[in-house]
Design a protein around this ligand. Structure first.
Ligand code: TRP
Length: 334
């Protein structure tokens, strides 16, 4: 029997999960579970590179996990765990810190970005964030890392560090590849449709949180920015059409269709009618997920059982890699 390829990915429990995250990431992962051996983690160690309220972080970590499961990540198929529960991540990150250059880290756009946004807290963890992320991936001998475009630079540095280490010590790490999510699944802000939908948008009307009240969701879609042309057409390369393109994409994903087909279906109709239909499709699509979520988040014992078992199986795999690394660099391991 052919072995399944291994996938690793993670999300930071740093804020609310948006419809964009669901469509662009989580939904894809659900589909990947059957064809790959998947490991998904809540990246709480990455989250503290930006100051957090401890009680909030704890709460969000569990909420994120419950939402993953509610969206269809099956803990019997995939490994689901919390990063800080597996100390191998911190341990490998230390070693790889000694194989990563300052210059490499200084070039990272996310570091430049975040240090300008958090100028009062440019800490060393923020700087070495990519090394911890490389450790996450390399510990599991990962083949594919499903990420958004903004994370590709992190995959590149991970590959560079792994190749450098392998060149010195032999084939210790599998060299992973980034798996870009389908471009059609990129969801834009409802208020500035040329920008990505983001939970850090200061205007909450720009994004739909998976936790929004259903009426709020519908209202946000109905007040989405469009254009004055008044024509429902899918023109993905036309910036003036960005708002309508985005709503067509959202509708397509929620109804298992394509933006082209949705455009044909609504051609000749007014924006108001179309927006109402999109709002309904989004609400109807999210309703069952929310019902599942409410059930799961209330069951702390169930969640605990999953993250404990997840951490155990994650540690089993990770410790094999860590031990190899320790041996190679000259630590006494047995
Ligand atoms: N940096 C990723 C993000 O912000 C989260 C992350 C941390 C991650 N470690 C990872 C993603 C390992 C994939 C693999 O989205």
């Amino acid at each position: 029997m052919e072995e399944k390829k291994r996938i690793f990915s993670g999300v930071q429990p740093s804020g609310t999960i948006t419809l964009g995250n669901y469509i662009g990431a989580i939904k894809n992962w659900v589909d990947l579970q059957n064809d790959y051996e998947c490991i998904f983690a809540m990246m709480d160690m990455h989250t503290i590179t930006v100051r957090q309220t401890p009680a909030e972080l704890r709460k969000r970590t569990l909420e994120l996990m419950a939402l993953y499961i509610a969206c269809g990540i099956d803990p019997e198929k995939s490994t689901l765990f919390i990063q800080s529960h597996n100390s191998a991540h911190a341990e490998l990150a230390w070693v790889l810190n000694c194989y990563t250059y300052m210059g490499e880290l200084q070039r990272m756009t996310q570091f430049k970005d975040k240090s300008s946004r958090h100028a009062d807290n440019i800490n060393a963890g923020l700087f070495t964030y990519p090394v911890l992320m490389a450790s996450d991936i390399l510990l599991y001998q990962t083949e594919l890392v499903p990420v958004g475009k903004d994370q590709m630079q992190h995959i590149e540095i991970c590959r560079d560090v792994a190749q450098r280490f392998n060149a010195l010590y032999g084939d210790v790490f599998k060299i992973p590849e980034g798996l870009l999510v389908k471009s059609g699944a990129k969801i834009a802000s409802l208020q500035e449709p040329t920008k990505k939908m983001s939970k850090s948008d200061p205007n909450p009307k720009g994004y739909i949180s998976m936790m929004d009240d259903f009426n709020v969701m519908a209202k946000k879609i109905k007040s989405a920015v469009t254009d004055s042309e008044g024509v429902i057409e899918y023109r993905p390369d036309d910036e003036a059409k960005a708002g309508i393109n985005n709503l067509l994409s959202i509708m397509a994903v929620m109804t298992d269709s394509t933006p082209e087909a949705v455009a044909r279906e609504f051609s000749g109709q007014g924006y108001g009618t179309f927006k109402s239909a999109v709002a309904e499709a989004v609400v109807e699509g999210i309703k069952p997920i929310r019902a599942e979520y409410d059930r799961i988040i209330a069951d702390k014992a169930y969640l605990q059982d999953i993250y404990k078992r997840g951490a155990e199986s994650a540690a089993r795999i990770a410790n094999r890699t860590l031990k190899k690394v320790y041996k190679k660099v000259g630590f006494i391991v047995d």
